[in-house]
Design a binder for this molecule. Structure first.
Ligand code: HEM
Length: 525
């Protein structure tokens, strides 16, 4: 008979349980990183539990630089696609333009949802909007909202945008001159005030006066959306890094006071127009029409577009428009500061248009008669895309098990897997853009543009879920540059940064440095 001491038995059992628990923790926490070992997809191994993006999640590294480092990792260089993990969730990165075209354009029906997600039940304004919503709602909502930014509507908004361009000049004229007669300005703040005034005026019919009033409410609340203290940073990061937990964490897309502010002004403006009968044919009027026509989204459960859901559309257009547009605009002005010969050529183009049409240029002139202006903006959007990557989630019809990447690869993308397209890294890859860090608008000249591979240039995203405001954003940038350069020459100041570094606690591209320059009055006529 074998006798086993009961203390020893308890000891063994405890040891076995600890080992099992340890194994379970290891097994679960490494699921994202181990996943790729079972496939022939090259991958960059992440850390247990936190995957490849911890430094971005904790704001220790800019997401742009982190994604660029993954893209350039020797294990995946040359591959058409590679595996990473977002925390414990395996994700596929697509880096080959042909493959991007197949997945995000040809088979976009399976990749129309974004992976990031807000809380449907407790954050209606953060959820029921174009940025966040998933199919089938997204497709229906996009169809309702597309006409608000039709080329006809944009053309009608032009005079309002141009008026803000003039307000910007009035603001610059007020800056005290230095003994050298130069006026110093900082482009990031200037451009954010310009684009906020534009969106308030064109979309909401409200004069926000951000250019003339530093304390403007619109600017104050707009800044709050994109300024991340530790709590807000965690809040925003959660939407992408741990979307499943968002409903339990009570996080909202808009800071609560910004949401209150936007809700009040939008509801007030809707009520004012309904009482006065005023119709400006703008975004607010389109929202009123949706409400009055009992427009709905949803298939089985019909959701009426009214109340908070209308506010959500206006709030998201506000969020998606002013920061993105001001980012590209301010980086363009920065590059014009550093490249006086490019600026000179652009001023010549503007001068010729002014000679032909006078100081108040017609809309058609900005759109059709300034090819060099278009080239300069396209190059700035290449070098400084607003997002580090485009992201989607594979969303297959019921019963389908996976999406085949053939003929590119034998990997089958499982339903719900996130797919990332690293636009910042692709835009800076010498394979697609030789001498990529050089600001060279010639890449987009009539002679050269055909050598740019489709889907290697994606500043506004790609496929049917691409940016809805690309034409409107570009028009604003054109107006601001034309107005500014028609009165001022931009020159380097002592504070103009030579090199830029990027903010770690931002999801859009933001330099740590202020984009300072001097303005020298030199009117074009
Ligand atoms: C130069 C300025 C702008 C840039 C660089 C830009 C860039 C982008 C990018 C990269 C996306 C993601 C696209 C994708 O996932 O494929 C996006 C989405 C979006 N943008 Fe823009 N954007 C700009 C201006 C604007 C403006 C002015 C508006 C509105 C007035 C706007 C409204 C939107 C909306 C609503 C979406 C979500 C579209 C959807 O999911 O259906 N954007 N933008």
């Amino acid at each position: 008979m074998i006798y086993v001491n009961s203390d020893a038995l308890t000891g063994y059992l405890t040891l076995v349980l600890v080992c099992l628990a340890g194994f379970a923790v290891w097994f679960v926490s490494t699921s994202g990183t181990r996943y790729w070992q079972f496939f022939s997809v090259p991958f960059v191994e992440g850390r247990p539990l936190v995957g490849n993006f911890l430094d971005a999640f904790l704001f220790r590294k800019s997401t742009f630089e982190l994604m660029d480092a993954l893209y350039q990792n020797p294990k995946v260089v040359g591959a058409k696609l590679f595996g990473v993990s977002i925390m414990m969730q395996p994700a596929l990165v697509i880096r080959d333009p042909e493959l991007v075209k197949q997945v995000l354009i040809k088979d976009a029906a399976y990749f129309s949802n974004r992976y990031m997600c807000t809380d449907r039940l407790h954050d209606a304004i953060g959820y029921y909007n174009l940025l966040m919503i998933k199919n089938p709602h997204w497709k229906q909502l996009r169809a309702y909202l597309t006409p608000t930014l039709s080329l006809n509507k944009i053309k009608r908004m032009y005079s309002l945008v141009d008026q803000i361009g003039k307000d910007m000049l009035a603001h610059l004229d007020e800056i005290p001159q230095k003994p050298s007669k130069l006026r110093e300005t900082e482009f990031k703040e200037l451009c954010a005030r310009f684009t906020t005034d534009v969106i308030a005026s064109t979309f909401f019919g409200i004069q926000a006066k951000c250019l003339s009033d530093e304390e403007s409410e619109f600017r104050y609340y707009g800044r709050k959306i994109f300024e991340y203290g530790p709590k807000r940073a965690l809040n925003m990061a959660a939407f992408f890094f741990m979307p499943e937990l968002v409903p339990y964490l009570g996080f909202k897309l808009f800071p609560r006071d910004t949401e209150r502010f936007l809700k009040t002004i939008i509801e007030q403006e809707i009520a004012r127009r309904e009482t006065s009968g005023e119709n400006r044919g703008d975004f607010i009027d389109s929202m009123i029409a949706l409400k009055n026509n009992d427009a709905t989204i949803g298939v089985e459960e019909k959701i009426l577009l009214k109340g908070d859901i209308l506010v959500a559309q206006a709030a998201t257009f506000y969020m998606a428009s002013f920061e993105t547009t001001s980012s590209v605009l301010s980086f363009t002005l920065y590059e014009l500061t550093k490249n006086p010969e490019i600026q000179q050529r652009l001023r010549e183009e503007i001068r010729n248009c002014i000679l032909k049409h006078g100081q108040d240029l017609p809309y058609e002139c900005l759109v059709n008669e300034m090819p060099y202006l278009g080239m300069v903006i396209s190059e700035a959007a290449r070098l400084y895309p607003v997002l580090p990557f485009i992201e989607r989630q594979c969303s297959l019809p019921a019963g389908a098990t996976g999406y085949k990447l053939e003929p590119f690869h034998d990997f089958v993308v499982p339903n719900k897997m996130p797919v990332l397209v690293p636009i910042y890294a692709i835009h800076r890859d010498p394979k697609y853009f030789p001498d990529p860090l050089r600001f060279n608008p010639e890449r987009f000249s009539k002679e050269n543009i055909d050598s740019i591979l489709p889907c290697s240039y994606m500043p506004f995203g790609v496929g049917p879920r691409t940016c809805l405001g690309s034409h409107f954003g570009t028009l604003q940038i054109k107006v601001a540059i034309v107005r500014l350069l028609s009165r001022y020459r931009i020159v380097r100041s002592e504070s103009t940064p030579e090199l830029l570094t990027y903010r770690k606690n931002a999801f859009t591209l933001h330099s740590n440095e202020g984009l300072y320059a001097d303005l020298e009055r030199d009117e074009l006529c």
